[in-house]
Design a binder for this molecule. Structure first.
Ligand code: SF4
Length: 108
């Protein structure tokens, strides 16, 4: 028996090239279920830390301590958000967004 992918479980992850990103926040507007803009417009993970039960800044790997939050790298993208994530990658004006997973590393 094979497991069916859960629409809410991470199917891919988003990565930002910080040398290219200009912090205008278009990706956060296109993908609000996954990304939010920090006070300067740069993309960060939306919502509470996934391991915190809603408490910001709690979680992380055992023995390492709390994970930095909001996460800025390797932001999890659930399967249901993949079409919007691909659109955000395509529309990034600085070509600074990359989607890993979901059938291989890709820009779109
Ligand atoms: S759309 Fe691209 S350039 Fe704009 S904030 Fe997002 S990653 Fe940065």
């Amino acid at each position: 028996m094979s497991a069916r992918p859960d629409a809410a479980s991470p199917a891919a992850s988003l990565h930002v090239d910080w040398t290219a990103c200009d912090g205008r926040g278009l990706c956060a507007e296109l993908l609000p279920e996954v990304l939010a803009a920090d006070p300067w417009g740069y993309p960060v993970a939306a919502g509470p830390h996934p391991e915190s039960g809603g408490e910001p800044g709690v979680g992380g790997a055992p023995g390492v301590g709390p994970a930095p939050w909001p996460r800025r790298e390797g932001v999890a993208v659930p399967a249901a958000a993949l079409p919007d994530a691909r659109r955000a990658v395509r529309m990034c004006p600085r070509l600074a967004l990359r989607l890993e997973g979901a059938g291989g590393d890709r820009r779109a």
